[in-house]
Design a protein around this ligand. Structure first.
Ligand SMILES: O=C(O)C(=O)Cc1ccccc1
Length: 315
């Protein structure tokens, strides 16, 4: 460990799933780790230089986007994604020791959690009042402090806050996963691994027929597969949206690079959020016609056409 290790922050407080996800990354040992109390706080710590990197949730397989994260990435000083990590999620109902299900009148957790335990709540605690917390760790802390009767959080958070897991393995959808991203200030992009993903935010140029189709066509004509597309309101009035997109491949792959160039030409704004290794280690279906050397070969052919080398430069 260097004398002054770099710092890494995460959506805290202690006991969040984000902290558990961070535990699977090398940064958990190579960096000095500290919690932030919101997604915005974590990203501002990176923007302000108090942390080199921050881990925050971005997407859940049941509830979809963590909108606070998407919106933070679309605005403010630019940040880029260095890594992503996937974590399977199931919840425990945490209470102060001695509390029974019959005692429970109020319940808390992160808003994304609420969406994942809705059916369970309707069945087992139909009269309990829900109020959201900034994170699941924060919910557990608030139960310890007597603000709520129980919180949904990871079972591991019980010990941290002197609570008891009354029920475990709660989840309306059994295979729920959450995706987290490690964000840093823009820097040199890591070399491709062959199993990469590229993320951007793009603002269409005009509110006109086919504007979204034109954005999608830039990827489609170059054979680039999209992994996620999400619209988010820009905040500039109803009907104004930006699109958050994950595409298969790395910015140094010719098809991805040319799609980005096309988007840059036709959009009103575009923000590059990084190229990084896919956590699911899935290699794209490769089309040999789209390999970098095929782009070089076709560029050389056009150059020969221009130079008039050969009567009919065909190859
Ligand atoms: O990290 C946490 O504990 C959070 O509060 C964010 C979250 C919410 C729901 C599932 C996974 C992570």
């Amino acid at each position: 460990m260097p004398a002054h290790p770099q710092r890494c922050t995460y959506l805290g407080p202690e006991g969040t799933f984000t902290e558990a996800a961070l535990g699977t990354l090398p940064e958990a040992v190579t960096h000095e780790v500290f919690p932030s109390d919101s997604v915005a706080g974590a990203l501002d710590a990176v923007r302000g230089g108090e942390a080199a990197v921050a881990l925050v949730p971005i997407e859940n397989s049941v509830e979809g986007a963590v909108t606070a994260t998407l919106d933070e990435l679309a605005t403010g000083r630019p940040l880029t994604i260095r890594r992503e990590v996937l974590l399977p999620i199931s919840f425990a109902l945490l209470v102060r020791p001695g509390t029974t299900l019959d005692d429970v009148k109020s319940v808390t957790g992160h808003p994304v959690t609420q969406a994942q335990v809705r059916r369970w709540l309707a069945r087992h605690l139909p009269h309990a009042e829900w109020e959201s917390a900034a994170s699941n760790g924060e919910g557990a802390r608030l139960v310890r402090d007597g603000r709520f009767d129980c919180a949904f959080a990871g079972e591991f958070a019980a010990r941290r806050y002197g609570l008891e897991a009354l029920i475990t393995e709660i989840n309306d959808a059994p295979d729920a996963m959450t995706r987290f991203v490690l964000l840093g200030r823009p820097g040199r992009i890591a070399a491709p691994t062959g199993m990469d993903k590229t993320s951007i935010v793009v603002w269409p140029a005009a509110d006109e027929p086919g504007a979204l189709l034109a954005l999608l066509a830039e990827w489609a004509v170059r054979g680039v597969n999209l992994l996620r597309i999400e619209s988010r309101p820009t905040g500039e009035g109803l009907g104004r949206y930006s699109f958050s997109i994950d595409a298969e491949g790395h910015v140094t792959d010719r098809p991805v690079r040319e799609a980005l160039m096309g988007l840059h030409r036709i959009s009103s704004r575009i923000r590059f959020l990084g190229s990084y290794a896919r956590a699911d280690r899935t290699a794209p279906a490769t089309d040999p016609r789209l390999a970098n050397h095929e782009f070089a070969r076709s560029a050389a052919w056009v150059a020969r056409c221009i130079d008039g080398i050969g009567e009919h430069p065909e190859l």
